[in-house]
Design a protein around this ligand. Structure first.
Ligand code: NCD
Length: 318
């Protein structure tokens, strides 16, 4: 029997393992029908202690598209957490019901605590302001598919770089690829945490920190926009002051390269004008689609089912 594996951080997989995961996701994109029964008889539990639309629905759709079924809760007040149950106990119980679990929690590290007691694979679906590995897998697959490579580009990350867990996860993951230059675009108050810039410096990876998006726009190959994370602010006034800081609109897009892609983990609030949704460089809705493929591939990988189901042609390449 294969070893029980979890996904707490994108770094849990080597870059070779990620390549293989993205190959499976690519195969799913082109041969979705071939996977329709890959998880027949399997159950995924989605345990969401914090609001979510696309992540939870994306996991549930992924399992349903693989022929499996889903159980779970979308609101902690509907679960035994409201009676005081610990995540360790909850996961022991869920382990008796389901084959795999995706967990989102407002407390950093909670899915990790669950994984330590779990008898089934646990996927961190976002823990506080810490990590959001499956969004990162989504972002990496989108970059690999649209830009064509996971190395050799200048990426701008713009908005709430302090609280945005998708940003922290993505920078960590990209730090393992070659020749990537980071430009962090944020107000002073929302700068990327020091532990991240220290990690980049220690690896000799170049980065800049700037406040004005317009100044760096012409140099970007990829622009990763984020919303200001209202729920992590202590003070409503600060949130209101900062939320309108960046609005990507047609005028700013005119400064960009013709082939620069705009990504966003969504939900968007006001940081990208709807006027640019039809711009071919606006890739955020395509990104959602890639998120489905990569979650399907991750479920198959953690359940150790990839080899049985990948299409013949792709399997031969291994
Ligand atoms: C992100 C998250 O939950 O961190 N959303 C998502 O899962 N796509 C980004 C956000 O909420 O801003």
């Amino acid at each position: 029997m294969s070893r029980l594996r979890h996904m707490m951080s994108p770094l849990d997989f080597s870059t070779d393992e990620l390549d293989r995961l993205f190959d499976v996701a690519g195969d799913i994109e082109h041969n979705m029908g071939a996977y329709a029964h890959a998880c027949d008889g399997r159950i995924m539990a989605t345990c969401f202690y914090e609001p979510s639309t696309r992540t939870r629905l994306s996991f549930e759709t992924a399992m349903l598209r693989l022929g499996g079924k889903t159980i779970g809760f979308a609101d902690a007040s509907n679960s035994s957490a409201s009676k005081g149950e610990s995540v360790s106990d909850t996961i022991r119980v869920i382990s008796c019901f389901a084959d795999i679990c995706a967990m989102r929690h407002p407390k950093e590290g909670a899915p990790m605590v669950a994984a330590e007691k779990s008898l089934i694979p646990v996927i961190n679906a976002g823990d506080g302001g810490h990590q959001h590995p499956t969004q990162t897998l989504t972002d990496l697959l989108t970059i690999r598919s649209l830009y064509g490579s996971l190395s050799g580009f200048t990426i701008g990350l713009c908005g709430d770089l302090k609280f945005g867990r998708t940003v922290h996860s993505l920078i960590n993951a990209l730090s393992r690829y070659q020749n990537i230059h980071f430009i962090f675009i944020s107000p002073q108050e929302l700068r990327v945490p020091d532990y991240i810039t220290e990690m980049l410096s220690s690896k000799g990876i170049t980065y800049e920190e700037v406040v004005r998006l317009e100044d760096v726009m012409p140099r970007l190959d990829l622009l990763y926009m984020t919303r200001v994370q209202k729920e992590r602010f202590f003070n409503e006034e600060d949130y209101i002051r900062l939320k309108g800081f960046y609005v990507l609109d047609k005028a700013k897009m005119q400064l960009a390269k013709k082939e620069m892609f705009v990504l966003h983990p969504l939900p968007r609030v006001n940081e990208i004008s709807v006027d640019i949704d039809d711009d071919p460089r606006a890739a955020y809705f395509r990104q959602v689609q890639y998120g489905l493929y990569v979650r399907m591939a991750l479920i198959l990988t953690l359940l150790d089912l990839t080899d049985e189901h990948m299409n013949e042609g792709l399997l031969k390449t291994y």
